[in-house]
Design a protein around this ligand. Structure first.
Ligand SMILES: Nc1ncnc2c1ncn2[C@@H]1O[C@H](COP(=O)(O)OP(=O)(O)OP(=O)(O)O)[C@@H](O)[C@H]1O
Ligand SMILES: [Mg+2]
Length: 233
């Protein structure tokens, strides 16, 4: 499973293309981070891959098949799951109901929900509680579990560690590693740049809707220009 995005152009209005040419490649089992300043187009890029935002130019393929022009539902059926930056759980529904919503296109939703409860004991413990009663870290776990209900091949995560304590973020990153180890391709956007470079196999730094730099997490973290401009020294 390979995601290939090449020179993707797209935005919220025809006159204002936020993505001016973004290229990202990710393979099965790989964790790829997308970093960059606020407004760089990171979330917009993920929305372009999921079909939530129409893309105007460039190439986006999964396993060689184009995703461009498909509806979000069709893209989801090809194995792409997406956890948005905000509003990524149904607050008033129970934890179990949240998982069922995630599994509405999964043929084996009940069995899959049981798997999620095994993998994430905290969700099992709170299965009958409203999702709004979860802590920030538990909500992010739930959001990821909702996405995992469809057994995705490509998991897109928008700032999964936002608002979490260092310990909760580290636990979440361990979970992300376990997911990738099961041959899922993980593409994540992160503000927590140093930790993301540590976690990922490769990273792309976007700036003003374009690729600014890319490389292994280790190389980017050691690059003086990248450190100065994007990592705060
Ligand atoms: N729904 C929208 N309608 C119009 N413009 C938008 C919309 N969402 C984002 N934008 C604009 O697109 C640009 C890129 O936004 P995007 O959300 O992709 O940035 P980001 O890199 O994810 O930033 P952040 O780190 O703050 O989440 C910004 O200039 C933003 O104002
Ligand atoms: Mg964003």
């Amino acid at each position: 499973m390979t995601l290939q995005a090449h020179q993707v152009v797209g935005g919220y209005s025809v006159s204002d293309q936020i993505l001016k040419g973004v290229s990202v490649t990710a393979d099965a089992g790989e964790i790829v981070a997308i970093l960059g300043p606020n407004g760089a187009g990171k979330s917009t890029f993920l929305k372009g891959v999921t079909g939530l935002l129409p893309t105007l130019d460039g190439v986006i393929t999964l396993e060689g098949e184009t995703l461009m022009g498909l509806r979000p539902r069709q893209i989801a059926e090809k194995g792409v799951a997406y956890v948005p930056q905000e509003n990524n759980i149904f607050a008033t529904m129970t934890v179990r109901e949240n998982l069922e919503m995630g599994g509405y296109i999964a043929p084996d939703a009940a069995a899959r929900a049981s798997e999620m409860f095994e993998r994430f004991p905290i969700l099992a413990e709170k299965r009958s509680e409203a999702a709004r009663t979860l802590s920030g870290g538990q909500r992010q776990i739930l959001a990821m579990a909702i996405a995992m209900m469809v057994s995705p091949r490509l998991l897109l995560l928008d700032e999964p560690s936002a608002g979490l304590s260092p310990i909760a973020a580290a636990e979440l990153f361990t979970t992300i590693k376990e997911i990738a180890a099961q041959s899922v391709c993980v593409v994540l956007v992160e503000q927590n740049a140093m930790d993301a470079l540590d976690l990922c196999d490769r990273a792309y730094i976007l700036s003003a809707g374009r690729n600014h730099a890319s490389g292994s997490g280790v190389d980017l973290a050691a690059d003086p220009e990248i450190r100065r401009t994007f990592l705060g020294g």
